[in-house]
Design a protein around this ligand. Structure first.
Ligand SMILES: C[S@@+](CC[C@H](N)C(=O)[O-])C[C@H]1O[C@@H](n2cnc3c(N)ncnc32)[C@H](O)[C@@H]1O
Length: 210
């Protein structure tokens, strides 16, 4: 599997444009997400935890006490905002630029890898999820909150039609098959929980496949 450099650059450029507006754009959605985030983070056991696609750092308030936190993002403008938030909240986190599809960490570096609303925009989600399985320890876990293609065929087909326009506007694909992508990427599903909109939003827990 090789990285599609052009698609990755397009994703970075979109989020670089969106970065100054991201928190404002998400205000309404955040009402829904703000109860889901602590729930996901309560499942992280650590001690070494990697957050992928940290964005502007909206998860930082929920980082587990005592965890050794590392967080990466593809987009400099998002990472700058995350650094500012970490300083404001006095959160200890090693923040780095990084691509989920090719991480600069040795194999088996982390106990948990965690991401919220990221695999809708990683250009090759299977490549990214496979890379997460590489950097997690043999018994390590993947914790995700994601939106994905609706299971209902009519709604799913509408999402397929709208997807190109939504990607151009927001950087996010609305028709990813994220549960299937996780299963194809070296992970064994442990928990898939519908969080809302008839399963469009899901909390996913998976363990690195033996
Ligand atoms: C919708 S935002 C979510 C940000 C944050 N996780 C949150 O919950 O608010 C998606 C983030 O994923 C990042 N991203 C997209 N592709 C990535 C990749 N290949 N590697 C790392 N980060 C990526 C974007 O730069 C952006 O910050």
């Amino acid at each position: 599997m090789t990285i599609d450099e052009k698609a990755t650059e397009r994703t970075r450029a979109r989020y670089q444009r969106i970065a100054p507006l991201y928190d404002a754009m998400e205000i309404l959605a955040e009402r829904r997400y703000s109860s889901w985030r602590p729930r996901l983070w309560s499942l992280a056991q650590g001690p070494k935890v990697l957050e992928v696609g940290v964005g502007t750092g909206k998860n930082m308030s929920y980082y587990p006490d005592g965890a050794e936190m590392t967080a990466v993002d593809l987009t400099p403008g998002m990472l700058e905002r995350a650094k500012k938030r970490a300083a404001e909240l006095k959160v200890a986190v090693n923040l780095q630029l990084g691509d989920a599809q090719a991480l600069a960490f040795p194999d088996a570096s982390f106990d948990d890898v965690i991401a919220t609303f990221v695999f809708c925009s990683v250009p090759d989600p299977v490549l990214g999820l496979t890379e997460l399985a590489r950097v997690v320890k043999p018994d390590g876990r993947l914790l995700l909150l994601e939106h994905m293609r609706a299971g209902n065929e009519v709604a799913g087909t509408i999402m397929d039609v709208l997807n190109p326009a939504v990607v151009r506007m927001t950087g996010a694909n609305i028709n990813r098959r994220t549960v299937e992508n996780v299963q194809q990427s070296g992970w064994q599903l442990e928990q898939v929980e519908d969080m809302g909109m008839k399963g469009v939003f899901k909390l996913i827990v998976a363990r690195r496949a033996k």
